[in-house]
Design a protein around this ligand. Structure first.
Ligand code: SF4
Ligand code: SF4
Length: 137
């Protein structure tokens, strides 16, 4: 059983890791998402699960406002003309975990050292999230 201090420390480390990897992902979403014909950001993906809420609660941040009157298939409540309005660490975890094929290819074609460093951080991210939630996804 983890103490509140352990949970808080894990949550902060997870937040820091999300902040670290975000620019590399953003670099590639800026390349591939502009021309996307089937944007993946449906509202159902922007809804916080219990584990996302537990993570934000451990960080003592407010849960973003969640309107309840949107269709699951409508554009995500956090989508704006300039992209997602939430910083990556505040988004539902599934938003960072999802890579469509063009995005994955774009990441893999970056400088091999950069990609390897990103992959290492990403494995660390998954490990932290698993430790925090007890679930390995
Ligand atoms: S991540 Fe992939 S599916 Fe989602 S908007 Fe970008 S290109 Fe489209
Ligand atoms: S929270 Fe952001 S990244 Fe996630 S589905 Fe909504 S707009 Fe897309």
């Amino acid at each position: 059983m983890k103490s509140q201090t352990d949970i808080r420390e894990l949550a902060h480390e997870l937040k820091d890791t999300l902040i670290t990897i975000s620019p590399f992902i953003e670099k590639h979403t800026a390349i591939v998402c502009l021309d996307c014909k089937k944007v993946c950001c449906a509202d159902k993906h922007g809804r916080f699960g219990n584990d996302d809420i537990a993570f934000l609660t451990a960080l003592e941040v407010d849960i973003p406002h969640q309107p309840i009157d949107r269709e699951e298939t409508a554009a995500c409540r956090y989508m704006t003309e300039t992209g997602c309005s939430l910083q990556r660490w505040m988004r539902p975890y599934r938003c960072t975990l999802f890579f469509c094929t063009p995005l994955l290819k774009s990441l893999e074609q970056d400088d091999p050292k950069l990609y390897r460093a990103f992959d290492d951080y990403f494995q660390h991210l998954i490990s932290l999230r698993t430790q925090l939630t007890g679930k390995n996804w």
